[in-house]
Design a binder for this molecule. Structure first.
Ligand code: BGC
Length: 733
């Protein structure tokens, strides 16, 4: 063992010097490899389709690389992990895992510690199942309310997403396994994701989605970054020299490896020279792109001098460096699967569900429900069997199995996306909470029956669902399947009605004025039913805050519908007419809002959304006092927060700074936040650390952040529009 090896830390390594030592060690290993061995590292198999699955003993999962036993380099056992250790299509029958709620629910907690705990839980289960590279860390901003994968993303604000996403990744890696952040960058919609060109001004990109990645990478130190399917300003994510070599590896000095998304590599030399280090899911590239690129073709390119040996060495060394600093290399996966504490892990999921649910409406203190109700009617949402989850590669097969798993017959995700429920029925949890009450359930299919039962009840709880999935976007923001009409009918029969939403993101609520309360549970995960019951009956006060704006009408959003629908339609028509090879024609989406994603767009356009970013009610109330703003190098604000109500609860004071973007457009921008738990009557003085890049502009020529000069207004708010305390940030910090 060399001196470097002896001194190397066993990860996760948190400091630059430690990461440098990892790189030196990785370089030493690369020096001992021949060309064939080096090339063997820079691609991964897709076990589900791989002919080599048997040869290497791969388990069906997202990816695999055999490693190099000769040098003690472990196999890469890769799996998806946005919301738990996924088990796509139940390909590993019986292999269940704990399902977290949507990433938006984690986002709604506004709490990096809760995000870390969720990641740590996922990582511990992954390690126990012998995986060591997790495809977690969805950092894309939720630019569009209808986007299919919003449930895998954290929200619309870059500081918020960066801090929470980074914490979640750090949690995963705290188990000495590697994690990605993904999808670099601007994979904001699913429609035509493999051909669409996301167009945006470079400065605006730096101040929005790239800022989210920049912060998440600083906080989480992910071993790997996954590029996006889509193009960005004309180049595929995996071939984007400016973004990979320029921004990620250049400006940010990112030390780990850059992997492609599955089936997203399109070239050998161009991709390798742009900075892509690993081609993922070889078999999918063969199917989708007609070739594989980082195997024989790469050997040829190196032999021909088109890709230098130094570049190949860098590719391999980056993979090993990431494996080293995440701890995955020195702390190998267990020899066989080990069991985990399921109850403990489920309680982590339940904490996220409870802290992330957002109380949107609560007229006349309809909630919490009383323990003394004698007759409750529960309607819809399959609340008798479970809670909904989002579809696609993130799909967890949770403990208890899938009481509902519906095959999808159309669309690009039909082969791998299923509408799946987790076995955590809210109905059972409600019954358990009020054993003395008569609790009746009806599916809601028969609206007349639902209204009749409602009219005979003290209280009605309607569960409304919207299924969202990878590979497709919502065609409308309305609740599907006549649920709006159902709610209206039931509300007409009994005004004591609570709506519980299980949606992938924002939906329209034409019935809002007719219902007393609305609780947004997102996709609430493994213990969703229990969490919902505890929230409804006040065992815990709701404290989630919206990490994404809910528009009042589709037209308020920068893009009321997904781009590329015409191209999608044309492709489907050609297919229906017998052209089996018809492909969706490339198209562009202009991100006209630029850096002003979400709430900033609404402010600039003068739109009043249905519910603003940062909004959420509680069963108690809070007051803010004594604002102090410190504008030195590490700008921060202090304030007193008092729980003025009668029960314990958590609040999220949010610090907004008023600043202009690169084009001089002035808006409030979230720069700091903190979730604070307080008992009734309790006061705490809290510190909010401000992210100065939130009120800086990116100077593209100088390649640096420039803080906006002079005094900047600061507001402490309970949402992006409800500001309670005001002050000014001074100095040039
Ligand atoms: C998704 C990625 C995922 C990968 C592997 C792709 O379709 O976009 O998020 O990690 O598949 O399953």
């Amino acid at each position: 063992m060399s001196e470097i090896e002896e001194n190397a830390e066993i990860g996760p390594v948190q400091d630059d010097a430690g990461i440098k030592a990892c790189r030196a060690r990785a370089d030493g290993l690369v020096r001992q490899m021949n060309l064939e061995e080096k090339v063997s590292f820079v691609s991964t198999y897709f076990p589900i389709l791989s002919e080599k699955a048997k040869q290497y003993g791969m388990v069906p999962s997202s990816g695999y690389n055999p490693g190099l036993a000769r040098l003690g380099i472990p196999e890469l056992r890769i799996n998806d992990a946005s919301l738990g250790v996924s088990n796509l299509l139940n390909a590993r029958p019986g292999d269940t895992a704990t399902a977290l709620p949507s990433a938006l629910a984690t986002g709604a907690t506004f709490d990096p510690e809760i995000a870390f705990a969720g990641g740590a839980m996922i990582g511990s289960e992954a390690r126990a199942k012998r995986f060591n590279v997790m495809l977690a860390g969805g950092i894309n901003l939720t630019r569009d309310p209808w986007a299919g994968r919003n449930f895998e993303y954290i929200g619309e604000d870059p500081v918020h997403t960066g801090r929470l996403g980074g914490a979640a990744v750090a949690g995963v890696q705290s188990n000495n396994i590697a994690s990605t952040v993904k999808h670099f960058v601007l994979n904001s919609q699913e429609t035509g994701r493999m051909v669409m060109d996301a167009r945006i001004d470079e400065g605006a990109l730096r101040e929005s989605d790239l800022l989210a990645f920049e912060i998440a990478i600083e906080v989480g130190r992910p071993a790997s970054v996954m590029t996006s399917y889509n193009k960005i300003n004309g180049e595929y994510g995996g071939e984007h020299d400016g973004l990979i070599n320029g921004v990620l590896k250049g400006d940010w000095a990112y030390p780990g490896w850059v992997m492609s998304d599955w089936g997203a590599t399109h070239s050998t030399c161009k991709a390798a020279l742009a900075g892509l280090d690993q081609e993922s899911g070889l078999e999918l590239d063969a199917v989708l792109n007609g070739a594989v690129f980082f195997t024989d073709r790469l050997v040829e390119a190196v032999n021909a001098g088109d890709v230098s040996v130094a570049r190949l060495d860098d590719m391999v060394s980056r993979i090993l460096t990431g494996m080293l600093y995440s701890g995955a290399m020195d702390d190998p996966a267990p020899a066989s699967e080990i069991s985990v504490d399921r109850d403990l892990n489920a309680s982590v999921a339940q904490t996220v569900a409870e802290a992330g649910a957002v109380l949107l409406r609560n007229e006349q203190s309809m909630l919490p429900l009383s323990d003394n109700l004698s007759r409750i009617t529960v309607i819809g949402g399959h609340a008798d069997v479970g809670v909904l989850s989002g579809g696609g590669s993130s799909q967890v097969r949770s403990h208890g199995g899938a009481p509902i798993e519906e095959q999808i017959n159309e669309g690009d995700g039909a082969w791998f996306c299923r509408m799946t429920y987790h076995a955590s029925p809210p109905l059972a949890a409600i019954c358990a909470r009020v054993p003395g009450a008569e609790v009746r359930f009806c599916s809601g299919e028969d609206a007349e029956l639902a209204a009749k039962l409602a009219s005979e009840s003290d209280v009605v709880v309607v569960f409304a669902t919207q299924w969202q999935s990878e590979a497709r976007d919502a065609s409308s923001l309305s609740l599907p399947g006549g649920q709006d009409e159902l709610i209206q009918k039931v509300a007409a029969a009994n005004s004591d009605i609570v709506v519980v939403l299980e949606t992938g993101g924002p939906v329209l609520m034409p019935w809002l004025d007719q219902v007393r309360a609305v609780l947004l549970a997102w996709y609430p995960g493994q213990r969703g039913g229990e969490a919902i019951a505890r929230l409804l009956f006040g065992d815990v006060s709701p404290s989630g805050r919206l990490p994404i704006t809910f528009p009042a009408a589709e037209e308020q959003a920068p893009r009321p519908k997904p781009g590329g629908l015409a191209q999608l339609k044309a492709r489907d028509a050609a297919k229906a007419a017998g052209d089996a090879k018809a492909r969706i024609e490339p198209f562009a989406v202009e991100y006209i809002e630029g850096a002003n994603v979400g709430y900033r767009w609404y402010e600039l356009m003068g739109h009043s959304p249905l519910f603003p970013f940062g909004y959420g009610l509680s069963y108690t109330s809070f007051r803010y006092d004594n604002l102090e703003i410190v504008g030195e190098e590490r700008p921060r604000v202090y304030l007193d927060i008092t729980n003025t109500g009668a029960c314990a609860g958590a609040d999220v004071p949010q610090a907004y700074v008023r600043a202009a973007d690169g084009e001089g457009k002035l808006t409030w921008r979230l720069a700091g936040f903190r979730r604070v738990e307080l008992g009734a009557g309790e006061t705490a003085r809290v510190e909010l650390e401000l992210e100065s890049r939130a009120f800086s502009v990116w100077d593209q020529e100088g390649r640096r952040w420039v803080r906006q000069p002079g005094q900047l207004p600061v507001a402490i708010g309970r949402s992006s529009v409800d500001h309670k305390l005001f002050g000014e940030l001074t100095g040039d910090s």
